[in-house]
Design a protein around this ligand. Structure first.
Ligand code: WTA
Length: 657
């Protein structure tokens, strides 16, 4: 393929051997490699053990070390030239703008940390839930929480009050930080109202949120509960202007934050990241991915409510002293040129987004791109889903003008930062559209079959990671067994001391050793780059009195990658209707959030099930994707296949129409 020799500006002339040399050295002695990387950061106390392997798979990095991520994200810059430069160029959806320097960020974090500790009573080890949109107060609050040694749990502002309540309850959070409202497509979303509902649901379940801190963003009228609710700005006003709060010395293997993500059961899991390991991994991977330079303007157009935002809008860039763009609103509002306009306004050098957004913007037509120069772009990135080669090429040619390498980063909430991706900060390997290229330094990845044997080059298999890495999750909040079961039981051989991390992604490794990521191998959907558990959706549908059985699968979608489609069996006495379909979609919106609403509800009389009663989703998936349905010998009632096929064919006709 000619792509092997895609031209770049001279400084990014591909150098595969230089990269592979660096990589090979990194995995010769993983512990020594990470030891050296961790020493580039500020610690209160260095570690006694680089990697404690005594209780696998509960690996603990930098055992005995003490630090606080604030030391590296903020305090490190005091008195340096970075202190006076912009940390964030923030833009609200209506067009309001703010510039926040590292100095201002540092001051506000200190004041909020002081207030959290002295006025709210947040202590080391407490969990604080954040339900906030993309405003500067969100990174400020995350840093203030970690500064005092507490744990943040950020919940995406697009989640419903029920989803927020579930996460508050699981984390046993006593403090919630939210906003009055924020802008989305020109409308004010009243987030405080949802926050209040969540607090009420949590109370019914015995979890009392004692304080709700509210940032005034949109100025909308909000319900208020005296004694419990406090304004963020009032708290700051009470804090001394130049107060200094010493970053709480945390153990390297204390929990830095929890972030909930979907899995294969109905209950979202609280992924725990560690203070020392996450800090070390994220700092380094950021450098490798984006090759930051003093004049750079970095823009990760994700939401901080997801891991991408934690790592690439908050901790990664701040630990590297980088200037960023942060944007509140919808990417195509008020018109489809908004993203390109922002890139030009701030001379963005490095832009990182999802294939879904690229597909959407590409669909609007190139005239929106061509109005803007985009000449400052040096590196482009993608994350969250496989990127189709056509979209890759469009990104490369139309946006990067053929001179910016595309850094396709494969990773997960659980991995902390990118794991497989090009590393222009080390040496750029030749790119192939659609491949995330090689594992990053220190990452030992492979593609295996169901028995754990490596597959041949070009054959589809399952991705595995064979050595621990500092950015790895510490576990699942409150559920150590689920941690072992989900990630470490598929291929590990504990009796032989072999532990293998299983991400549940399909992959191919080609003859050149390049990795191609092919999507989830478990019952998790990837809708517009967002992870959704099919069972979570099914559970939501089953709460409606009309539903007796539900099966949710992903259908291919040209923009979102996948969309959820539900097949539903109704109870006696209920009839399919448009009204009912609307109601069912509403249930999902209320229990999870708008991102999870099924594109279509198919009403069927029965679902294909095994004789033991398990719904065979793979049959639905095969029918949707026009693939052979495979072995059906375990099917209880073969006529169920016909029934589902009829519904799916109707759905397809509808989609074409
Ligand atoms: C998918 C997002 C292909 C994958 C950072 C993974 C990708 C899941 C890529 C994690 C990529 C992420 N190419 N697939 N570059 N990046 N994925 O936890 O299926 O929201 O398991 O983390 O997204 O989603 P999560």
């Amino acid at each position: 393929m000619p792509e092997e020799h895609l031209p770049f500006s001279e400084e990014y002339t591909p150098g595969r051997e230089a990269y592979l040399d660096f990589y090979r050295k990194s995995i010769e002695d993983i512990e020594a490699f990470w030891d050296e990387r961790a020493r580039e950061l500020v610690w209160y106390r260095t570690w006694d053990i680089i990697l404690d392997r005594s209780n696998p798979p509960f690996y603990r990095w930098f055992k005995g070390g003490e630090t606080n991520i604030n030391l590296n994200a903020l305090d490190r810059w005091v008195g340096s030239s970075i202190f006076n430069k912009a940390a964030y160029y923030w833009e609200g959806e209506p067009g309001d703008r703010r510039v926040i320097t590292y100095r201002e960020l540092y001051r506000e974090v200190n004041r909020l940390a002081w207030a959290l500790r002295n006025l709210i009573g947040v202590k080391r080890g407490d969990t604080v839930t954040l339900y906030m949109p993309m405003i500067p107060e969100l990174p400020v609050t995350m840093l203030a929480v970690t500064r005092v040694g507490a744990i943040h749990s950020v919940v995406f502002s697009g989640f419903s009050s029920q989803a927020l309540a579930d996460r508050i309850i699981d984390a046993r959070a006593r403090v919630l930080v939210t906003v009055d409202g924020f802008y989305r497509r020109g409308r004010v979303i009243n987030l405080k109202e949802s926050a209040d509902q969540a607090v009420a649901i949590a109370r019914d379940k015995g979890v009392e949120v004692e304080k709700v801190i509210v940032v005034k963003r949109a100025g909308n009228t909000v319900p208020w509960s005296g004694g419990r609710d406090v304004w963020y700005h009032k708290l700051l006003d009470e804090a001394p202007e130049r107060v200094y709060v010493k970053p709480e010395p945390m153990k390297a293997d204390d929990v830095l934050f929890i972030l909930y993500t979907s899995g294969t059961t109905g209950k979202p899991k609280g992924i725990m990241h560690s203070v020392g390991g996450y800090m070390t991994y994220v700092y380094n991977v950021f450098k490798w991915n984006w090759d930051p330079r003093p004049g750079d303007v970095f823009w990760c157009a994700a939401d901080i409510g997801w891991i991408t935002g934690h790592t690439y809008i908050v901790y990664g860039p701040l630990m590297n002293g980088v200037t960023q763009v942060m944007y509140e609103g919808a990417p195509d509002y008020p018109d489809p040129g908004r993203i390109w306009e922002i890139i030009d306004r701030y001379d963005v050098t490095t832009f990182y987004t999802s294939p879904t957004l690229l597909r959407l913007l590409r669909k609007y037509g190139d005239e929106w791109v061509e109005k803007h120069s985009l000449e400052t772009l040096r590196i482009l990135g993608t994350v969250g889903e496989p990127i189709n080669p056509e979209v890759w090429k469009w990104y490369y040619e139309k946006i990067g003008k053929g001179k910016a390498p595309i850094v396709d980063t494969w990773w997960q909430t659980e991995t902390g930062a990118a794991m497989i991706s090009p590393a222009p900060g080390i040496s750029l390997v030749p790119l192939k559209p659609g491949s995330a290229t090689y594992p990053l330094p220190g990452i030992v990845a492979d593609v295996v079959d169901y028995t754990g044997e490596p597959v041949k080059p070009g054959e589809k298999g399952l991705l595995v990671v064979k050595e621990p890495w500092p950015g790895m999750l510490m576990g699942i909040w409150g559920d150590p067994d689920r941690y072992v079961r989900t990630y470490w039981s598929m291929f590990s051989r504990p009796e032989k001391g072999i532990w293998i991390y299983y991400p549940a992604d399909y992959a191919v490794r080609d003859e050149d050793g390049y990795f191609w990521l092919l999507g989830r191998a478990d019952e998790v959907l990837n809708v517009a780059g967002h992870r959704l558990g099919t069972i979570e959706l099914e559970d939501a549908l089953l709460t409606h009195p009309a539903v007796s059985e539900a099966a949710v699968v992903g259908a291919p979608d040209p923009v979102k990658g996948q969309v959820p489609v539900a097949a539903v069996v109704l109870r006696e006495g209920y009839e399919p209707s448009e009204e009912l379909e609307k109601e069912l979609r509403e249930v999902v919106r209320r229990l999870i959030g708008p991102i999870a609403v099924p594109a279509k509800i198919l009403f069927v009389k029965k679902l294909p099930k095994t004789r033991s009663g398990k719904i065979m989703r793979r049959i639905l998936i095969a029918l949707i994707e026009d693939r052979p349905i495979g072995d059906v010998s375990t099917l209880e009632d073969p006529t169920a296949v016909e029934e589902v096929k009829r519904a799916i064919d109707e759905f397809k006709k509808l989609m074409k129409g």
